[in-house]
Design a protein around this ligand. Structure first.
Ligand code: PXP
Length: 256
């Protein structure tokens, strides 16, 4: 068995449902507490510029009340940097953000923005925040992360999640190569976006990857089987992928 892979549960879409009616239910804080109970290793939340899901008040509640490490996803803007410096989450993952997009479509162009990102990374690092960059699994972007001196990169798995047939194996290979390169620079590797029960195992099986951040699928699946079960099943598949004998693990640890 290789090192246990961590699961960060992204609770943004609990806030999406709450915001559809403008009230207080369902509460992302309650989801975060339940995620911890179900075996999540961290909570991830994306404070978007347009506040379409997580609000400033959610961030305050999470920061004040959860026991798990909080990973704040945010764009590299002056406003977000000030918020992060104020709240000091355990980690910040810098993501690209466009107002018109439905979700984070593609990775951050770290290689094209070294001079712009450098002071931001330094400012966050100076207050003790672990900075990560959400990048495409691409040689150039991983090298840029090294230049920027970040301790973590999160590889965008969106293209992999949308691939079929030969493209699927070439995307997996791209992720594997990027993860290996990052590890050779001693950068911790996370991955996420579009991961589901069906596609998580080949990613979780990569020993170079320390953490997966998963949101939309888990919250969607929770509608059918509940949040606790939805997270437990994902954990089970991740652990099975990482086990020495995956088939044996799958048989012996089926979650109830
Ligand atoms: N990681 C990052 C950096 C993201 O921006 C997102 C989407 O907000 C995720 C992981 C989770 O993606 P999904 O909701 O598709 O599981």
């Amino acid at each position: 068995m290789t090192d246990r892979i961590r699961l960060g549960v992204n609770i943004d879409h609990v806030a999406t449902i709450r915001n559809a009616r403008g009230g207080a239910h369902p509460d992302p804080l309650k989801a975060a507490e339940l995620a911890a109970y179900a075996g999540a290793d961290g909570i991830t939340a994306h404070l978007r510029e347009d506040r379409r899901h997580i609000s400033d008040n959610d961030l305050k509640n999470l920061e004040d009340k959860i026991t798990l490490p909080l990973n704040l996803e945010m764009a590299a803007t002056e406003e977000m940097v000030a918020i992060a410096v104020h709240h000091r989450p355990h980690a910040v993952c810098i993501v690209p953000e466009k107002r018109e997009e439905q979700t984070t479509e593609g990775g951050l162009d770290a290689a094209g923005q070294i001079a712009f990102l450098k002071p931001i990374v330094e400012k966050l690092t100076a207050v003790g925040i672990r900075v990560s960059l959400f990048i495409e699994p691409d040689d150039t972007q991983v090298r840029a992360a090294k230049t920027l001196g970040v301790p973590v990169v999160e590889l965008h798995t969106g293209r992999y999640a949308n691939s079929v047939n030969e493209e699927l194996s070439s995307e997996l290979n791209r992720i594997k190569e990027a993860a290996k390169l990052a590890r050779s620079f001693n950068i911790e590797v996370h991955a996420g976006h579009g991961l589901t029960y069906e596609n998580v195992m080949p990613i979780a099986a990569m020993p170079e990857i320390a953490e997966l951040n998963i949101g939309h699928f888990l919250i969607g699946e929770a509608i059918f089987i509940g949040l606790e079960a939805s997270i437990k099943r994902m954990r089970y598949l991740m652990d099975a992928a990482r086990a020495e004998d995956t088939a044996d693990f799958l048989v012996k640890h089926i979650p109830l």
